[in-house]
Each structure stands twice: as C-alpha cells, then as structure tokens.
Design a protein around this ligand. Structure first.
Ligand code: SUG
Length: 431
C-alpha cells in the first residue's frame, strides 16, 4: 500500500516560558528563570512546518492547550472564577500555577504513540495518548490531547484512539518509539524504548510495562515488536527521551553508539526482523553522549523526500558543536542513505529541551485515511499565513518568571488561544 507520513507539529502556545519544570532535562534546568519569547517561539515552530511543506511533505498541527489550566487547579482544591483560582494558587503555592501555565503540549512527540495501520491486527491506525505522568506539568496534558486526537482521527474506519494507560506506569508517547519498515506503507517493526528505574540519577520516564501495554492495545504482532532498554548512560547524560539519542525512518536507524543498553543485541534483533535495515551509528569516539545531548543531533527529523532519498532536518545548534557538525558533514557527503541536511531554527523550544523531532507527532497514512483526517488539523500556506497573523497580533512578546502570576498575562493567553481556535474554525468548547 502506498502511504505518506504526516507530521503533526504542536503550535507553540502563548504561555511558553522557562520555569525549569523538567528534572533530568538539562536544557530546561539550565534556562530556568530566563525570559522567554512566546511570539518568536511560535513563529519559529511555524517556519519549521513551512520548511517541511516546501520539501513537498504533508504537514499537520495540534493546538495549544488551555493555559493557565484553571480546571486542573480546581482539582487541587482552589475555587471561584478562573482568575480567582489562579490568584489563590499563586499566593499559596506558586509552583502549582507554574505547572498550570506550562506550554509543554507543544512537544507533540509526547502526545501519544502511533502505530500505522499495516502494523495493527485490525488494519487500522492505532493511537494511544501518553499519560506523561513522571512530570507534574506534563501529566496535565492527557485529557486535552485526547480530545484533539479524537477530533483529528475520529473516523473509526481508519483510526482507533485510546486513552492514556494508567498513570502508575509512565508513558511518554512517540518520543520513545521508532518504526522501521521497508517503506511507510509496508508492515513494520515497532521498537518501543523504555528506561530502567533507579539506574541513573535522573528519572526513567518510560516504563517497560507501559510500552508493553501500548503494544497490546494496538494489536501489534509480537514477531514485529521489540521492547528495547535505553542505556542508563544516555539517561544520565540528559537523554530523558530516546529521541534525544536515536531516530528512525523507513529502513534507516540513526543512533548514537550508546543509545541502547544492549547495543549488539538490539541491532541483531532489528536485522533479524528487518533484513533491509540500515543502521547509521555515530561512534562515541567522534561524538560523546554529552555532545549529542548538547547539540540535539538525534532530535532531528529523518524524512523521505517525494523525489526519493532522505533528508535530516537538524536544529541549528548542531553547528555550534564542531565535532558534531564536522562528523555530520562527512556523513552527508558519504554513500549512506542520509544525503541532505536541512538546518532549522527552533531555539526557543530547544532552550526547554525540545528539538525539531520533539515538536512533531508522525502519523503514516494511506490516501483514504489522510482524506478522513479532520482537515482543520492540516496545514497549507494560506492557513500558515492566517495562523502567523494571529500569533503576531496576540502572542506575548516576552514572559519573565514573575509575569506568570500576572492576571493580565492569564487573560492574554486565554484570549490568544481563543482567537486562534476561532480562526481555524473550532467552536468554543469543542476542545
Ligand atoms: O518533557 N520540556 C519537555 C521537552 C520535551 C521534549 N520532547 C521529546 N524529547 N520528545 C520535557 O522535558 C520543559 C518545561 C519547563 O521546564 O517549563 C519541558 O517540559
């Protein structure tokens, strides 16, 4: 079957800020307390989507969540109007309001895990919303993510959308998921990567039992499913998700030598299940784990171009780390599958640990399934222009840490999102 991959990027929300909420995410910790630029951030994300469309690739998006999340604060015992709830939280426990203000839903690689139709027993594309339960600010996302995915992929002939697995089992979605296949439309090998608890100083955010549950729910064939342990060294170096040290596309796996705890065993299992697999590895002798995490080399989008061949869409930070850029240029000049490099600028997201690959959720679909997606979630140039106009008009220019408690900012964030939803044809209360 012929299938294309659609990337659904998270539109970066008006409350984007640097509150340092993600323990184990070095960029988030390093930039805690800095002044953010939500308007620039959202425009950078949109520019990346336009670059992908310019490559001839279909592009979708998911919407920012309602922030500050007053409903979530109500579950913590605050009451009254939205502003009253936020004011009380800011007074009593400002950390709670910081969590309720996070724009972290932008990183849609963590929205859910997607198994394309050829991999699933019932021949439909299965999506499981991630519970993101390890980090408080991210554990808030699942209900709004579920609503959006149910709307976007609401046609039961082609899609099955599952809620999150129980929160006792940490699940971070497609950030810990790779699919290898001869082409998008062929049955693939699904590789689910988990971390072992208590082995590194930082939390392992993906639990093995959660990955296994997702595989069962999606009806994956055990012969084409691998559960692979992420290396403790990678987690300790700040790779809080597998997509910071590895990325796959069709028959190509691009990974750091220290991405997996059992490197040899993982590669052998991949080759056994998919003889066409090509493994492109960055040797630790050339690129240290630290350089890989600092540059976010592997948080790139590896995409198949319509004219054939693959491009690696890398964050501009790879150029700032000479050993990484030098090695990458050699790679692209060589005989391997990755011949083209596209450098994108998503610096505002990067400063919270979110590179190009974090910002997108991949959904491989047939032409019929693509036609069944709610078109309001699909992007074209005209819509990108209209979204940009709303961002320029309504997104805050800057947010400093003390601004998070300012009622004027809460109102601006709510109004900006409402304008965006209205512009895109979503009724109030639909999301
Ligand atoms: O979950 N950062 C996100 C970055 C997610 C990156 N996603 C992937 N690797 N796929 C996280 O750690 C920082 C938010 C803050 O500190 O305010 C944050 O949530």
């Amino acid at each position: 079957m012929s299938m294309v991959e659609v990337n659904f990027d998270g539109l970066i929300g008006p409350s984007h800020n640097y509150a340092g909420l993600s323990f184990g995410n070095i960029a988030s910790a390093r930039n805690a307390g800095a002044v953010s630029a939500p308007r620039a951030a959202a425009l950078q994300g949109l520019a990346k989507m336009r670059r992908m469309m310019a490559l001839g690739l279909p592009q979708g998006f998911l919407l920012p969540h309602d922030r500050p999340n007053a409903d979530w604060l109500r579950t913590l015992g605050f009451s009254g109007s939205d502003d009253a709830v936020c004011e009380a939280a800011w007074r009593e426990d400002p950390a709670l309001l910081r969590n309720a203000m996070s724009a972290s839903a932008m990183w849609t690689a963590n929205a859910g895990t997607v198994s394309p139709a050829p991999d699933c027993a019932d021949g439909r594309c299965h999506v499981s919303v991630a519970n993101l339960s390890t980090m408080l600010h991210r554990s808030i996302e699942a209900p709004q993510t579920l609503r959006q995915l149910q709307l976007a992929f609401g046609d039961p002939r082609h899609f099955a959308v599952h809620g999150a697995v129980p929160s006792g089992l940490g699940d971070e979605g497609a950030a810990n998921f790779m699919r290898l296949a001869p082409q998008h439309g062929a049955p693939g090998l699904e590789v689910l990567v988990y971390g072992e608890q208590g082995r590194a100083d930082f939390p392992a955010r993906q639990h093995k039992a959660a990955s296994a549950a997702v595989a069962r729910r999606h009806g994956l064939d055990p012969a084409r499913t691998l559960l692979v342990r992420q290396s403790d060294a990678a987690i300790a170096a700040g790779a809080f998700h597998n997509d910071v040290v590895a990325v796959a596309n069709e028959n190509v796996l691009f990974a750091h030598e220290q991405a997996f705890e059992d490197r040899e065993g993982t590669y052998a299992a991949i080759r056994a299940a998919l003889p066409q697999a090509v493994i492109v590895e960055a040797p630790k002798a050339r690129i240290s784990l630290d350089a890989a995490v600092r540059s976010y080399l592997f948080n790139s989008q590896l995409v198949t171009l319509p004219e054939g061949g693959m491009a690696l869409v890398v964050p501009s930070e790879v150029r700032d780390v000479p050993e990484v850029w030098g090695w990458l240029e050699e790679l692209a000049a060589g005989n391997g599958p990755i011949r083209r490099l596209e450098v994108v600028e998503v610096r505002e997201s990067m400063r919270n640990g979110g590179g190009p690959a974090c910002l997108r959720l991949r959904v491989a679909v047939s032409a019929e399934a693509l036609a069944a997606i709610d078109p309001r979630f699909l992007l074209d140039e005209d819509k990108a222009n209209r979204i940009a106009a709303v961002i320029v008009r309504e997104w805050p220019e800057a947010i400093a840490p003390e601004d998070l408690g300012n009622p004027a900012l809460w109102r601006q964030c709510r109004a900006a999102r409402a304008s965006l939803l209205a512009e895109l044809g979503f009724a109030e209360g639909e999301l």
